[in-house]
Design a binder for this molecule. Structure first.
Ligand SMILES: [Zn+2]
Length: 1227
């Protein structure tokens, strides 16, 4: 409330004319009115004159502290004199006509609405009512109504609805009168109860009388009538009424009339108004049906096409597009079932939850789509509808935040009996090792010693001997670089972000490659062999495989035809010399290759491909952890549910980061509507659609048509997940991804191979069963492509490719049965267009840089074989076996003790632990690249790394979900569940990796060796940068109603130190995206359980973007493996700094690191949108304004908001939403 000054006080200060007049009027009010009618008339007319002519007067009357408005309103309430009333109404209209709604708000706050409505009621009793009075009253009500949240209710209670309505009915020809009445009706109608009530009294029919038939007279009136109608039709009752009376057809006819006659586009707003009405009415199923029956799709499609050329008509195109998408008949996915195409029988079926549901589904049920899905028309509207629904949004609160303090406080009991935890002792031999058998006098790295005197579990490769795991290769006579100092040196040269001799990758990688070529000649020989010798390497069953080896060649040309369709039909020359013994046991099939090398300049000329001589395969020298032969060996032991027998080329060959920057793509204008228009054409021009299945996991007899210009698809390799491909148009393909095994959804990750392409053609790919409601593909992220020809031409990298990228809700949906009883959900399409660099190439596409389980195994083996055992204590144990029988590696890394003296061994054993894990979510391959960076750093020979090893013992589970990764899942393990929701109660049989990872931590708690830091690496698909989520009771309570003061928990702020350090050292890391709030939905994630149950204070999730950065050194760039690996290394550097900060000597953390108040203020200022109601728990709804969904209701109607104002949040509301703001946080 403003401080009230009396007018007399005020007059002393300013003594202006208006103040004198207002004082007079105040005086009149307090005296007998009848006597003073003339005076009041006179004074008000003077005030009116001033208000009309001087902005100064208007300002003064509505200034803070002025009682001008009160005096005026009080006069209005009391006067019986018509002229005085009219004068005052005019004054008020003058006051509110400028000032951006603020003055209207003042009027509302002084009780103006009620006074005006009472006046309206009184005036309506005259017969006929005074026209001038009605015009003025309605004009004023139309202006202040939108500023009064209770306007609709007040109007109804005062009986004003029908007064205005009847005025319009009885004065249809009197445009001057009905214009303001219609404006007021529009405001009434934004209240849904009013809309229903008015509808009963014939308002819908009345509006149609005004808007039709087509006429250019009174366009102003028409515009208002359309806006009113659009508001009215948002009520389902009114929409149904309109459909019943055939008004959908009428609206379309009027729209076409305007489209034809408004050739100069002067009446865009009227045309938009008509579309808004259609949009409202098609919110109901009957409306959509009427729209389709009236040929609405074709009409709106054709009119939109006409409008495309004129930029100012964009609102029409966009609204039309929205309506068409909504009305597009929902289709089923062209699949027999949306359950995964692969079956894996679980050892136990959970008793409840989605998997139980899936298993209990009768087999004959069509889970793709069902009729019940579209029943959105069940009448829910009643007269008793919540009057205060406007208020709902204002008091938004993130109800996912844990407010139960007991659920935030540390849990005391251990969960498993100590005897049971004993089994984990075996994973901690370092705590018992006394190193008496080791020759460890000096800390200095020594030349590699002979292995003979080494005992214990530590496997130590030496210069003279191959490590057993790699011995397989060496006997083949294939000169894989031997594991000598050469490799160590090479290893130590990179990567550039380590504190090691610098090489600029960007500039030098190619040069380096060339330098290394000579070193790699034998390896090249092998690789050439493979490239030339086969279209595909397959893991064959033994009987088949024999014929492969008999020739001593990798694969016999003759046999291949029966297996796969070759990418090119030219005869291949086989060179069989080295490498013949490579594939002992089952053979492995490499992604099909064209049998020739290609000169990029000659790619158009296919005749130049006949010779294989130019093939030059260079193993990227930047990849010391990569070895194709080793990879193949490992793949043979990797168990996949579909029993994959092929190997994707990029995984086999490896890849380096491209030597150039990849900026975040700018979204081209109108790409979404163009794509949608093309989708709509499928319906309108059905004959143009090819609709040919060319790849189908569900139908093994599906054969690729042998036509030259059809792309060939494949993803039958580790982490691949393509289920079906349908050719839609000549160069356009719909792709369907396989569901996670034992589930019927969760697809977003993709990885597949394409061949048979031509150059100079833009191929459009649509992945049509994506699930997330938004994606970074709408904000500059591109998919990744790897070209084998490019790799052969010394450019072996995954590159961001694709144009016309767009992610949007499509017309496919899944049934409520499949969605577990929820209403059928729509799918989303990610579409992109690619022009291939080479003809007859083999290319791979992926959601993000693939990182297979076999890759991890290879990296670990290489790390082990390359490390200096004098310096580094390295162990790789098998934590457990997965459901499919793959081993889950557990890595231990620390420094060897300085010597085997007692003090040194004690120092060794007493180092604090750091526990790291990654890749619980298979689709988050970026997490693995970060983990690779961490592992490489930990194993590097830099002094900082050594110092880090001397500070901590690292326990690392680099891949918590091997089965999910292998089988191309996006989210789940083979149990069909999100493993990161199982930490509270992991099941030994269903979630072995989580059960045992938790067991390790519980064991550590029992022996009082809790890790200083726990961090689980993840990827984030809807945010940029890298950031962390941690846990804090206080910060959680601050986000709730419970005031921080009432939360008497004493909390160490140390959990903020590591993220803060990272924000200062890691370029991709962003502090303001971090959060330390504990959500209910996350109570069973690793982060929260390790924090609360195990008691690790610094328990984190580290989230890396899939897209790129919008701050720091990489601002504006898409992220690559180099940056991700760097992040992993910087994480280690951060741990080193944390060590220094937390060492006993420096008990107090520097305050700069913990300026928590400031940071909270900073971050809460940035966040303005609540995100609780996000479908996917992991991803906050993206805040950028892109219309990605086909829902009409969630779209802000800007025009109405501008005119009516009631959708605009007031200043107060803004303030409120700020303080209430929360983010969704995830593990
Ligand atoms: Zn994740």
């Amino acid at each position: 409330m403003n401080k009230v000054k009396t007018t007399s006080e005020k007059s002393l200060a300013s003594n202006s004319r208006i103040v004198v007049l207002l004082t007079q009027l105040e005086k009149i009010n307090s005296e007998s009115l009848l006597v003073e009618a003339d005076t009041a008339r006179y004074v008000t007319s003077k005030i009116l004159h001033l208000a009309q002519s001087q902005e100064k007067t208007r300002k003064e009357m509505t200034a803070k502290g002025s009682t001008g408005v009160e005096v005026i309103l009080s006069t209005l309430e009391n006067t019986r004199d018509l002229q005085t009333t009219l004068n005052i109404l005019s004054i008020l209209i003058e006051l509110v006509s400028v000032g951006g709604g603020r003055r209207a708000c003042i009027l509302v706050s002084k009780g103006g609405t009620q006074i005006l409505l009472q006046l309206l009621l009184g005036a309506s009793k005259d017969s006929p009512p005074n026209e001038e009075l009605m015009v003025q009253l309605h004009s004023l009500l139309a202006k202040i109504g939108p500023k009064d949240k209770k306007f609709g209710v007040k109007a109804r209670i005062n009986g004003a609805l029908n007064i205005s309505l009847n005025l319009v009915k009885q004065n249809l020809q009197n445009h001057r009168l009905i214009l303001p009445c219609l404006q007021v009706l529009r405001v009434y109608s934004t209240n849904s109860v009013n809309a229903v009530s008015l509808g009963k009294n014939g308002v819908v029919e009345l509006m149609f009388k005004i808007i039709g038939p087509f006429s250019k007279k009174n366009t102003g009136l028409m515009k208002v009538a359309l806006d009113t109608l659009a508001a009215l039709l948002k009520s389902k009752t009114n929409a149904r009424r309109a459909v019943d009376r055939g008004y959908v057809q009428v609206l379309l006819t009027i729209y076409v009339d305007w489209h034809r006659h408004d050739s100069r586009h002067r009446h865009m707003l009227i045309r938009k108004g008509i579309l808004q009405c259609i949009k409202s009415v098609t919110n109901i199923k009957l409306g959509r049906k009427a729209f389709i029956d009236a040929n609405g799709m074709k009409i709106l499609y054709n009119t939109s096409q006409d409008c495309l050329a004129v930029r100012t008509l964009d609102p029409l195109v966009n609204t039309s597009s929205l309506i068409m998408r909504k009305c597009f008949p929902k289709n089923r996915l062209p699949l027999p079932t949306i359950k995964s195409a692969f079956h894996f029988q679980l050892p136990v079926i959970p008793t409840s939850g989605p998997v139980a549901q899936l298993y209990s589904l009768p087999p004959e049920v069509d889970d793709v789509v069902d009729e019940s899905d579209d029943n959105d028309d069940i009448e829910t509207e009643t007269e008793t509808e919540n009057e205060n629904e406007d208020d709902k949004d204002q008091h938004f609160k993130n109800d996912d935040i844990e407010t139960d303090i007991d659920k935030l406080k540390p849990k005391q009991e251990l969960g498993r009996p100590i005897e049971e935890l004993k089994i984990y002792e075996q994973f901690f031999p370092e705590l018992a090792e006394n190193f008496q058998e080791y020759d460890l006098v000096s800390k200095e790295p020594k030349p590699f010693a002979s292995a003979t005197n080494l005992g214990g579990p530590i496997v130590v490769p030496t210069a003279g001997e191959e490590h057993p795991a790699e011995a397989n290769q060496s006997v083949k006579g294939i000169a894989v670089k031997d594991h000598s100092s050469l490799q160590m040196e090479e290893y130590n040269k990179r990567p550039s972000f380590l504190d090691l001799p610098k090489k600029d990758h960007n500039k030098d990688s190619l040069q380096l490659q060339n330098d290394q070529k000579k070193l790699l000649s034998s390896c090249q020989c092998l690789s050439q062999e493979i490239v030339k010798g086969l279209d595909r390497i397959t893991l064959q069953n033994t009987s088949k495989s024999e014929q492969y080896y008999s020739t001593g060649c990798l694969i016999k040309k003759e046999s291949k035809t029966s297996l796969t369709t070759p990418a090119c039909n030219k005869p291949c020359q086989h060179v069989s010399s080295c490498g013949s013994g490579l594939f002992e046991g089952p053979s492995v099939q490499l992604g099909k290759l064209c049998c020739t090398g290609v000169d990029p300049d000659e790619e158009e000329d296919s005749s130049s491909h006949s010779s294989g001589e130019q093939v030059l395969l260079e193993v990227p020298d930047m990849l010391p952890l990569h070895n194709p032969d080793l990879y193949i060996e490992i793949v043979k032991n990797t168990k996949s549910v579909p029993e994959y027998s092929e190997v994707a080329y990029p995984d086999y060959f490896g890849h380096i980061p491209p030597p150039f920057k990849e900026p975040i793509l700018e979204r081209p204008y109108g790409v979404q509507r163009t794509k949608i228009a093309q989708d709509i054409e499928r319906l309108i021009h059905q004959n143009d659609i090819v609709d040919r299945v060319i790849y189908d996991l569900d139908n093994s007899s599906c054969s690729v048509p042998e036509e030259g210009d059809i792309l060939k698809f494949n993803s039958k390799f580790e982490s691949g997940n393509l289920r079906k491909v349908i050719q839609i148009r000549k160069n356009e393909y719909d792709l369907i991804l396989n569901s996670d095994i034992n589930s019927n959804h969760y697809h977003q990750w993709f990885y597949f191979e394409v061949s048979g392409m031509k150059t100079g053609i833009g191929y459009r790919f649509n992945i049509i069963n994506c699930e997330k409601s938004n994606s970074q593909f709408n904000y500059g992220m591109q998919p990744l492509m790897y070209s084998v020809q490019e790799a052969l031409n010394a450019r072996p990298w995954w590159g961001r490719v694709g144009t016309d990228i767009c992610y949007y809700k499509n017309h496919f949906s899944r049934s409520s049965i499949a969605a577990g009883g929820q209403k059928g959900k729509s799918y989303y399409t990610i579409t992109f267009t690619v022009s291939f660099p080479h003809k007859d190439d083999v290319c791979y596409f992926a959601y993000h840089y693939p990182y297979t389980y076999s890759t991890l195994k290879m990296h670990l083996q290489k790390l082990e074989s390359m490390h200096n055992p004098q310096q580094i204590y390295f162990r790789e144990d098998v934590l457990c076996e997965t459901l499919a029988g793959n081993s889950c590696p557990l890595v231990t890394i620390t420094a060897m003790p300085e010597s085997n003296y007692y003090e040194h061994v004690c120092q060794f054993r007493n180092r604090p632990y750091v526990f790291l894990s990654a890749r619980v979510h298979p689709g988050e391959t970026n997490a693995s690249w970060v983990m690779k960076g961490t592992l490489e750093y930990l194993m590097s020979s830099s002094p900082a790394a050594q110092s880090l090893r001397e500070s901590y013992i690292f326990k690392i589970v680099p891949m918590l979900n091997p089965d999910g990764v292998i089988n191309g899942n996006h989210r789940c393990s083979l149990s069909g569940e999100d493993l990161n929701r199982q930490w509270q109660n992991p099941n030994l049989d269903l979630h072995p990796t989580i059960y045992h990872a938790k067991g390790l931590l519980q064991y550590m708690a029992t022996i009082k060796r809790l890790p200083l830091v726990f961090c689980d690496y993840h990827g984030h698909s809807r945010k940029k940068n890298v950031f962390m989520y941690g846990c804090s009771i206080k910060e959680t309570m601050w986000h709730t109603d419970v005031s921080a003061a009432s939360c008497d928990v004493i909390e160490d702020l140390g959990y903020r130190a590591l993220p803060k350090i990272l924000s200062q050292t890691a370029p991709a890391f962003c502090m303001s995206s971090c959060s330390f709030v504990v959500e209910k939905s996350k109570e069973s994630t690793a982060r929260v359980v390790v924090w609360r149950e195990i008691g690790v204070q610094r328990s984190y999730t580290m989230e890396s973007t899939l897209c790129g950065c919008d701050q720091g050194k990489y601002k504006g760039l898409q992220i690559g493996t180099r940056e991700l690996e760097e992040m992993g290394a910087k994480f280690c550097v951060g741990l080193l700094r944390l060590k220094r900060l937390t060492s006993p000597l420096e008990h107090n953390l520097p305050s700069s690191l913990l300026d928590i108040e400031n940071e909270l203020i900073e971050s809460s200022c940035k966040v303005t949108s609540p995100t609780t109601y996000v479908l996917d728990e992991d991803e906050p709804r993206f805040l950028e304004e892109v219309d990605y969904s086909a829902e009409s209701n969630d779209e802000q109607d800007v025009e109405l908001a501008d005119n009516a104002g009631d959708y605009e949040p007031s200043i107060q509301e803004d303030a409120l939403s700020d303080s209430e703001a929360t983010r969704t946080h995830l593990p």
